[in-house]
Design a protein around this ligand. Structure first.
Ligand code: NAP
Length: 288
């Protein structure tokens, strides 16, 4: 591992960023976590947490002091990209950006949507800045199951009502995304790498729900509903633009296996975790 002066994690309180902070800390790297509300960050008393907001670029300045590398998760509005990226790339020598597989020639990843445009735009700005960079392009997170299916399963239902039952994805464990991020942040030879990250198996949405059932010891099945019905039933879960993005991707994914890469194993030396192992480790979150 290279000696890195200090790494700033933006998105540190989220699913991937939290895991990156914890892994960098465990590896003895000086890590600083950015949060809009440090008091609520709950990252542990040994983590340096600083207040910052991507939509208020001035707040990034002191967060970037004495920082060599930045791990960037972008969850802010697109209008904030320009000013924030200007500050980040002016101060950091290396940026590892959590993107998505917008360049991967699989129908699931090729449907037009605002997320792809945003990620491509952020990548373009980082590439043009002269910083060293690595782009992580994970597919579907296994952790989506917590928000998507968790509430209904926790409430005791033996099914989830969902569209596109047969659509396959290769869900990736957030710990594997974080493990690759840590390599990219701390090792030489990762500059200009574009890592498309997936879980090890192509699994239909029905299969994923059944695997969750195995993990919690209660049979679960996915009951397919038509997309028009799902638009109403899932309105509280997804904003319309996200629903359209997901439905278009699932529809395009039907009829062929999900795109699967060996990148997690290639970069970390450990095989990508299966969805079954993710489900076992998160079973408590699906029990009443
Ligand atoms: N879900 C998927 O299947 C999937 C697949 C591929 C790529 N992705 C990408 O992954 C990213 C999301 O990662 P995640 O799931 O780890 O995130 P997450 O759990 O949704 O957390 C979002 C993080 O962004 C921070 N944040 C939000 N607005 C901010 C702002 N204005 N300034 C500074 N920080 C802000 C939040 O911090 P505070 O609220 O504490 O300030 C939080 O730490 C997105 O870019 C998404 O497109 C997702």
């Amino acid at each position: 591992m290279r000696r890195v002066r200090r790494i700033l994690v933006i998105g540190a309180t989220g699913r991937i960023g939290r895991e990156v902070v914890s892994r960098l800390g465990a590896a003895g790297v000086r890590v600083r976590a950015l949060a809009r509300n440090p008091e609520a960050a709950a990252l542990g008393s040994d983590v340096e947490v600083v207040r910052g907001d991507l939509t208020r670029p001035g707040t990034l300045e002191s967060c970037l002091d004495d920082t060599e590398a930045v791990f960037l998760v972008w969850a802010a509005p697109p209008a904030a990209v320009g000013p924030a990226l200007e500050r980040i790339t002016a101060r950091a020598r290396r940026v590892v950006f959590l993107s998505s597989p917008h360049k991967t020639p699989h129908p699931f990843f090729q449907q037009p949507n605002p997320g792809r445009v945003l990620h491509a735009e952020i990548e373009r700005r980082i590439e043009g800045s002269g910083c060293a960079w690595t782009f992580l392009r994970p597919g579907m997170f296994a952790a989506n199951a917590l928000a998507w299916w968790g509430p209904r399963i926790r409430a005791g239902a033996d099914n989830v009502r969902w569209p596109f039952a047969a659509a396959p994805t290769a869900p990736i464990d957030e710990r594997d995304v974080a493990a690759v991020a840590v390599r990219a942040l701390t090792e030489e030879g990762r500059d200009r790498a574009e890592y498309v990250l997936t879980g090890p198996d192509s699994l239909s949405q029905s299969e994923q729900v059944a695997i969750l059932g195995d993990a919690i010891g209660r049979p679960l099945r996915l009951v397919e509903i038509p997309p028009e019905e799902a638009r109403t039933e899932l309105a509280a879960l997804f904003p319309p633009v996200v629903m359209t993005m997901l439905f278009d991707a699932w529809a395009a994914a039907l009829g062929q296996p999900a795109y699967v890469t060996s990148t997690v194993a290639d970069v970390t030396g450990a095989p990508a975790r299966t969805f079954a192992s993710w489900a076992t480790d998160h079973a408590a979150a699906f029990r009443p």
